[in-house]
Design a protein around this ligand. Structure first.
Ligand SMILES: *[C@@H]1O[C@H](CO)[C@@H](O)[C@H](O)[C@H]1NC(C)=O
Ligand SMILES: *[C@@H]1O[C@H](CO)[C@@H](O)[C@H](O)[C@H]1NC(C)=O
Ligand SMILES: *[C@@H]1O[C@H](CO)[C@@H](O)[C@H](O)[C@H]1NC(C)=O
Ligand SMILES: *[C@@H]1O[C@H](CO)[C@@H](O)[C@H](O)[C@H]1NC(C)=O
Ligand SMILES: *[C@@H]1O[C@H](CO)[C@@H](O)[C@H](O)[C@H]1NC(C)=O
Ligand SMILES: *[C@@H]1O[C@H](CO)[C@@H](O)[C@H](O)[C@H]1NC(C)=O
Length: 551
């Protein structure tokens, strides 16, 4: 067990009789530095805690065209991806899987297809069509027990039969595993002649088709996601905030309103230049995007007494950015972003996985593989198979962020804590997790110091406490636990831009092959509640031993 917090060092320094250590000049300077260390108090949240969350809060979206790469065939599943999902389910999470994204709008069901999912592409890897067969649905049985799915339907081809056949097939093979239906992905990006930019025209066709499918399949009420819009400025206004007044839910069909969140992009050179590590970790910017672009739609849904979700999201649209989203920065981004939406009462967030889509933008910085094969998205949790573009199959550094959020949120309520005085609020966020029943008792606290840290030593060593925030958590502890030591798990890496997953750890362990490597390291927080969080590090403090997952 490691006790390297500066608090412990300070304690030791104070207790050690000065005469014993015959201090060198260097020692002396170091001690003075530690004594000057200012611990800033984290104060209780000012806002109300969120709704109590569900085990499916951290869910996933997988581009259907690359389903086979991520999950294999029904008889020969991809163990790397399934093992990664098991790391989450053993911690109590039950992610829902959405085989969704741009390619769901050119997906068809062929009852005679022998493979799960087959792409029809051009030489450069552009996907015209994805054909799925019965084994696509049968493969759902390979997922961890209790995994639910979204039955995603093609709206892009404007063929009722294609959409209905997909819905009917999902029903025939996996009725019990379907949690929601979704008709179309990002209708904001369809050809604008389809609905002439008229929200009402979109709503009329959506209601017509979903109503007919509900009748044919005898679906229960509220089976559907609605909207699935991006926040791009387009001629067609179909975010939930626009669809709700237009009467999308007249027939009580909508179970959850879905909106897609991408605050950064590599889709064109102008936005590519802004997709940097310092920008994606700027908490103020992430909050601004959430409150300006996403929350009005969330609020419209909540005001209707309905649920809302982030039905697809990731850090950098158009498949991420190498050396940014395939680094440890992605883990810090994940934790902060998930918790921003959890506090705003999202019922779930679906982190998107996939590969570069050549037809998405002619100006994007990413490409498919040289052989026309998948150029796996640099924001993906893993590169699911060996590829010319990304090398060996492996888990990416961002994955530990999922472990952090899973253990932090559980099924609890969350509220953000204001950044303490003197701490840079562009690069700091903290959250308290309240018990799900009454929402009164703080069980856990997360602190994310997202200030980019590029390392000094180049090795695995922690540097001096210059590049750190020093927090005093004592005022957050439940009264009954005052004077007791808490437990702490740390998410860290030698530097923010670390790309080697073997050097990125959660509670001391790394997960490059989706299995834990190394010994679990659960630190103890001293009785005075003092904690050091280095720049580009996040910690999760547990006040109750029962909450500490040990493996
Ligand atoms: C569906 O639309 C795509 C273009 O979005 C087209 O390439 C494909 O051929 C269409 N598929 C069918 C079955 O009509
Ligand atoms: C829809 O709006 C977009 C953006 O304003 C515009 O470029 C496009 O021409 C419009 N399409 C139609 C059919 O009016
Ligand atoms: C962080 O983002 C905010 C809002 O976009 C901006 O005002 C601020 O300058 C950014 N901070 C840094 C350090 O770039
Ligand atoms: C990523 O960074 C490494 C090391 O600095 C460099 O060699 C490589 O070219 C970079 N890759 C891209 C796509 O920028
Ligand atoms: C989230 O829900 C809780 C409980 O209903 C409520 O008190 C809080 O104001 C909501 N927060 C937001 C941001 O909507
Ligand atoms: C990480 O950042 C350091 C310092 O800027 C740089 O020397 C190194 O090449 C970067 N590594 C990658 C993989 O980009």
């Amino acid at each position: 067990m490691r006790t390297t917090t500066a608090a412990t060092a300070l304690l030791a320094a104070t207790l050690a009789p000065l005469a014993l250590s015959a201090p060198t000049a260097e020692h002396h300077a170091q001690r003075q530095h530690q004594q000057q260390q200012q611990y800033v108090k984290l104060h209780k949240p000012t806002g109300a805690p969120s709704i109590a969350h569900s085990k499916d809060f951290t869910s996933f979206s997988f581009e259907p065209a690359f389903w086979t790469e991520f999950f294999g065939e029904a008889e020969t599943p991809n163990q790397l991806t399934l093992s990664l999902l098991s790391r989450l389910s053993e911690r109590g999470a039950r992610p829902v899987i959405r085989p969704g994204g741009i390619t769901m709008d050119s997906m068809i069901f062929d009852p005679a297809a022998t493979k799960s999912a087959v792409r029809t592409t051009n030489a450069k890897g552009g996907v015209y069509r994805t054909t799925i067969g019965p084994s696509f649905y049968k493969a759902w049985d390979n997922f961890p027990e209790g995994t639910g799915f979204v039955s995603t339907l093609n709206f892009g081809n404007d063929s009722y039969d294609i959409a209905r056949d997909l819905a009917a097939a999902s029903h025939r093979y996996q009725r019990d595993k379907i949690r929601h239906f979704e008709l179309g992905n990002e209708p904001t990006n369809y050809v604008s002649t389809r609905w002439q930019n008229k929200t009402d025209a979109y709503v009329a066709q959506w209601k017509d088709w979903t109503g007919r499918i509900d009748a044919e399949l005898d679906n229960p009420k509220r089976s559907w996601w609605a909207s699935s819009a991006t926040t791009d400025k387009t001629g067609l206004e179909v975010r939930p905030a626009a669809l709700i007044p237009a009467g999308i839910d007249d027939q009580k069909q909508v179970g959850q309103y879905s909106i897609h969140s991408y605050a950064f992009a590599t889709c064109d050179p102008k936005r590519d230049a802004l997709a940097t590590i310092p920008n994606i970790l700027n908490h103020t910017h992430l909050l601004e995007y959430a409150d300006v672009e996403i929350y009005p739609s969330a609020k419209a849904a909540l005001d209707e007494g309905n649920q809302w979700i982030v039905g697809e999201f990731n850090s950098v649209a158009c498949s991420g950015k190498p050396n940014v989203t395939d680094t440890f920065a992605q883990a810090l981004w994940t934790v902060d972003t998930d918790l921003i939406y959890a506090e705003r009462n999202a019922s779930a967030v679906y982190l998107h996985q996939g590969a570069t889509l050549v037809f998405q933008s002619s100006q994007q910085s990413n490409t498919a593989g040289d052989d026309g094969g998948p150029g796996f998205s640099a924001y993906s949790l893993l590169y699911p198979v060996d590829s010319s573009k990304r090398g060996k199959a492996r888990v990416n550094p961002g994955f530990v962020g999922q472990l952090f959020v899973t253990e932090a949120l559980g099924t609890e309520r969350v509220a953000s804590l204001p950044a303490p005085k003197g701490v840079d609020s562009d690069y700091f966020a903290a959250y308290a997790f309240y018990d799900r029943d009454e929402g009164k008792k703080i069980r856990r606290v997360a602190a994310i110091n997202s200030k980019p840290y590029y390392g000094k030593t180049g090795g695995n060593k922690r540097d001096s406490s210059d590049n750190a925030v020093h927090l005093d958590l004592s005022s957050l502890m439940p009264a009954a636990l005052k004077g007791k030591k808490a437990w702490l798990k740390r998410m860290t890496a030698p530097a923010v831009n670390e790309t080697d997953t073997a050097r990125v750890t959660w509670a001391g362990q790394s997960f490059k092959q989706a299995v834990p490597e190394g010994k679990v390291d659960i630190e103890r927080v001293p009785k005075d509640g003092k904690v050091e969080v280095r720049d580009s590090e996040a910690v999760l403090v547990f006040f109750y031993e029962d909450d500490v997952f040990r493996q």
